[in-house]
Ligand binder design. Structure first.
Ligand SMILES: NC(=O)C1=CN([C@@H]2O[C@H](COP(=O)(O)OP(=O)(O)OC[C@H]3O[C@@H](n4cnc5c(N)ncnc54)[C@H](O)[C@@H]3O)[C@@H](O)[C@H]2O)C=CC1
Ligand SMILES: CC(C)CC(=O)C(=O)O
Ligand SMILES: [Mg+2]
Length: 371
């Protein structure tokens, strides 16, 4: 199979985690006889530095002409700490999502037996947790009209949703639930927000078309608690843009680290794959960030290309690293391996196909020589 993949490394840890995913995709290509052509594009603070624009037109153009997009992360403290900056890295990502009409962001939350002991949550509450957050991605408060007065004493962000925006992501979420445990939870704030009441009404109507899916409704404040208290109750969680952004970072605590969670953004054609974390600037260039969120996003990319066997092998390799304690600093702050070593180990596993073929002594050597 021959495919064109756009790679947007972005800022902070974006480049170092994305490079591990490209290594893994290349190993998959070698093992299975595929050819992946990569086009590298700019976005975020890096793009502002080089072009003055957080999302150059060439990036949109390349993405529209690609089979899939692999994205790292954007964002830089010089903008986070300057609330008056008019041009900002995040504008690039929001505009890309809108331009490509990536209206559904799928964020799976799973747990790994070898990491249970690291969670601040009780093992009995998290073992077997397996749910998916369907986050609406191109509407709501992140895209509403923004205003600030001249004196900067008052500001507003409008939250707008149309019926059509709610319907299209809801149908995808219901269909996803049909393939899983047939339960869908809408998370909203319908006791206060008009947009949430529209969400609830539309989802109630759509539910009639999916009689085999059990639907329930949770206010977002309660949902934030339930995700920590009893995460096993969830199968598919459907929610608007900002609530999905917030509860998915929260849900990563169940898995063990924000660095573990992948995502797929889909919509009207293009498809983009990115870890759910940001640019983690404190770790940039240190080779300590967890690359698994990105590598598991690459697995979702492979699934999207119809390469299910390949995707499964990448997931198996990722699980193999975790269960053999080949983990980054976020998972084990004392005995940790570097970002690049985890990438290499996953490539080794993918090419050898059997864990017995990997020489543990060499891995220990790689760890100690780098430290
Ligand atoms: N999709 C994107 O590109 C996103 C960009 N951002 C941007 O990223 C910048 C930093 O934002 P933060 O709020 O600090 O969020 P962040 O997600 O970059 O980091 C928050 C914390 O999560 C942990 N973490 C994140 N990624 C990790 C990884 N791969 N391995 C190990 N630990 C990891 C670290 O403890 C870190 O301090 C900001 O400029 C923000 O706007 C934030 C979220 C998403
Ligand atoms: C720029 C932000 C909306 C990115 C973010 O936090 C996310 O997509 O998770
Ligand atoms: Mg986020």
């Amino acid at each position: 199979m021959e495919k064109n993949i756009v790679v947007i490394e972005g800022d902070g840890i974006g480049p170092e985690v994305t490079r591990q995913s490209v290594k893994v995709l290349n190993t998959i290509a070698e093992q299975f006889g595929h050819t992946f052509h990569y086009t590298y594009c700019l976005m975020g603070a890096d793009a502002i530095d080089k072009t003055g624009n957080p999302l150059p037109d060439e990036t949109i153009e390349a993405c529209l002409n690609s089979d899939a997009i692999l994205f790292g992360a954007i964002g830089h403290p010089k903008y986070d700490n300057d609330p008056t900056a008019k041009v900002r890295p995040e504008q690039g990502l929001l505009k890309l999502r809108k331009s490509l009409q990536l209206f559904a962001n799928i964020r799976p939350v799973t747990t790994y037996a070898s990491l249970h002991h690291l969670s601040p949550l009780k093992t009995k509450n998290i073992e077997g947790v397996d749910f998916v957050i369907f986050r609406e991605l191109t509407g709501g408060i992140y895209f509403g009209k923004k205003e600030v007065n001249e004196e900067r004493t008052q500001a507003s962000d409008d939250c707008v949703y149309t019926r059509e925006e709610i319907e299209r992501v809801s149908h995808l979420a219901f269909q996803y639930a049909q393939q899983r445990r047939k339960k869908l939870t809408l998370v909203d704030k319908a006791n206060v927000l008009e947009t949430s009441r529209l969400w609830r009404k539309v989802v109630q109507e759509i539910a009639a078309q999916y009689a085999d899916v059990a639907v329930d409704f949770l206010f977002v404040d309660n949902a934030a608690m339930q995700i920590i208290l009893n995460p096993k109750q969830f199968d598919v969680v459907l929610t608007e843009n900002m609530f999905g952004d917030i509860i998915s970072d929260e849900a990563s605590v169940i898995s063990g680290s924000l660095g573990l969670l992948p995502s797929a953004s889909i919509g009207k054609g293009a498809a983009l794959f990115e870890p759910i974390h940001g640019s983690y600037p404190q770790a940039a260039g240190k080779d300590i960030a967890n690359p698994l969120g990105s590598i598991l996003s690459a697995a979702m990319l492979l699934d999207h290309l119809g390469l299910a066997k390949e995707a499964a092998l990448v997931r198996e390799a990722a699980e193999w690293t975790l269960s053999n304690s080949f983990v980054t600093k976020d998972i084990d702050p004392v005995n940790f391996y570097f970002t690049s070593t985890i990438g290499e180990l996953i490539c080794d596993y993918v090419s050898n196909r059997v864990p017995g073929g990997i020489n543990k002594a060499n891995i220990e050597l790689r760890k100690s020589t780098i430290i």
